[in-house]
Design a protein around this ligand. Structure first.
Ligand code: GDP
Ligand code: ZN
Length: 459
């Protein structure tokens, strides 16, 4: 099953400078070699070399494409099999012609989504968390998310999990000895040892879990609602954010035609702006129902940007809104500081702490950077260092870590209440297995299939 040869287009289909077709398996070099004309015949090519030439249809002798072909020989390739990568011109037609020709060859079939990565996993080249990180890489919405996922591919999470599992194996060994030599003094020593180790590993898990929330934010973006009365500057703010942060990553049509999710990245933090369709309307007369609409957006937001017009006195709707937002992650924007000031700051401070109030003018862009700082401060305690943190961002990992923590808590409690050591051993072993599942040790086949099916074609 794993011994056949697969091919797929590995770059996004569409307009691009070049496109890459990847072929992996024992026939990769010979099959591509039959279609490739260049100075060096591919079967003679050394590993990690690139060759210029033409893809030729052997039936007609027609030159289909000018290409570069890279050769990676087993086991020094992504899949650990023989791999050939064909770089063609990026146009969809030229890629498709080469791909069609490849699939006409007897020894080559179209790869399933994720099959290259799956082979890398099954051949022991990467572990499961690294494979999942490849999915995250493909989907990541910001530079920061990208580098976190990259770290995971490089195995940081795996290393930390392995360290914790190592401690548990030591503990299990200790228990084993105790079961073999059950003198009383050994037993009490062992209980203390087990408790200490359970607590130690549990702390390690906590540290990983703490990064989970940040991980989610990095992956999915901070769900952000911009709220406020008509004419305070919401649309202008949206536009300014979008303009300043050119990386509007994507527009995802939502469930209704009205709701559009839009991403902007601020200090490398992706914000998922809610209900921007409403805010973008140029005919602001329509925003009579602005506050009603705000209420709906507010209920699902992680972050609320409340915009007030500092050139006017507070309106009763705004007092009501502030009342409603008390205790939520809110940043208050006192907009239009370029105009003569009317708004009473004291009232605002009654509802929100000083550090979450930002004075700015969207028009002159004065203070816009303070907004960016305030967002970073609120979510990452002022700084977001991807260098020394392992972000756990995958829901499956989070669930397993929580389970393992519970197993350890059970073991700890059992140790405390004098439960026989061979029973307590079960919980410690369970924790060890649950941590193992994160990195794909002891993960059931069905799960592995399910994870790899999430990949897009050609990865
Ligand atoms: P929205 O109804 O909350 O979306 O408000 P808009 O973004 O449509 O802005 C309403 C008006 O206020 C527009 O004429 C903007 O040009 C203006 N405006 C927005 N921000 C500022 C600002 O910082 N200073 C000044 N002077 N005018 C602004
Ligand atoms: Zn507007």
């Amino acid at each position: 099953m794993l011994s056949d040869t697969i091919a797929a287009i590995s770059t996004a289909v569409g307009e691009s400078g070049i496109a890459v077709i990847r072929v992996s398996g024992p026939e990769a070099i010979s099959e591509v070699g039959r279609l490739f004309r260049s100075k060096t015949a591919l079967p003679e090519a050394e590993s990690h070399t690139v060759h210029y030439g033409f893809i030729v249809d052997p039936a007609t002798g027609e030159k289909l494409e000018e290409v570069l072909v890279s050769v990676f020989r087993a086991p020094r390739s992504f899949t650990t099999e023989d791999v050939v990568e064909i770089s063609t011109h990026g146009g969809i037609i030229s890629v498709k012609r080469v791909m069609d020709l490849l699939l006409q060859q007897r020894g080559i079939r179209l790869a399933e989504p994720g099959e290259f990565t799956k082979r890398a996993f099954l051949n022991g080249r990467i572990d499961l968390s690294q494979a999942e990180a490849v999915i995250d890489l493909i989907r990541s919405k910001s530079d920061r998310a990208f580098s976190v996922a990259l770290k995971q591919v490089e195995g940081q999470l795996s290393r930390q999990i392995s360290k914790l599992r190592h401690t548990l194996i030591e503990t299990l060994a200790h228990i084993e000895v105790n079961i073999d030599y059950p003198e009383h003094d050994v037993e009490s020593m062992t209980m203390a040892f087990i408790k200490e180790k359970c607590a130690e590993v549990s702390e390690g898990i906590d540290a990983l879990l703490k990064t989970a929330n940040q991980g989610k934010i990095l992956r999915e973006g901070i769900t952000t609602a911009i709220v406020g009365r008509p004419n305070v500057g919401k649309s202008s703010l949206m536009n300014a954010l979008a303009r300043e942060n050119k990386a509007i990553v994507t527009d995802i049509p939502g469930t209704t035609r009205d709701v559009i999710e839009e991403y902007v990245t601020i200090n490398n933090i992706p914000l998922k702006l809610l209900d921007t369709a409403g805010i973008r309307e140029t005919m602001d007369v329509v925003e009579q129902i602005g506050v009603e609409r705000s209420k709906a957006a507010v209920s699902e937001a992680d972050l609320i940007l409340l915009v007030l017009n500092s050139a006017e006195a507070l309106h009763e709707d705004e007092i009501a809104l502030m009342e409603q937002l008390k205790g939520r992650s809110t940043i208050v924007l006192l907009n239009k500081i370029d105009l003569p000031q009317q708004l009473d700051r004291e009232v605002v401070r009654r509802y929100f702490p000083e550090e979450s109030i930002v004075e700015l003018s969207v028009k002159t862009e004065e203070g816009l950077d303070h907004l960016e700082d305030a967002i970073a401060r609120m979510f990452f305690g002022g700084e977001l260092e991807s260098n020394d943190l392992t972000y756990v961002s995958n829901v499956r990992h989070i669930a397993l870590l929580k389970k393992a923590k519970q197993s350890l808590a059970d073991a700890y409690e059992a140790a405390d209440s004098g439960i026989p050591i061979d029973i307590l051993q079960i919980d410690v072993r369970l924790a060890w297995e649950q941590l193992g599942e994160v990195i794909g040790d002891s993960a059931p086949d069905a799960l592995i299939d399910q994870i790899f099916s999430q990949f897009c074609l050609g990865k």
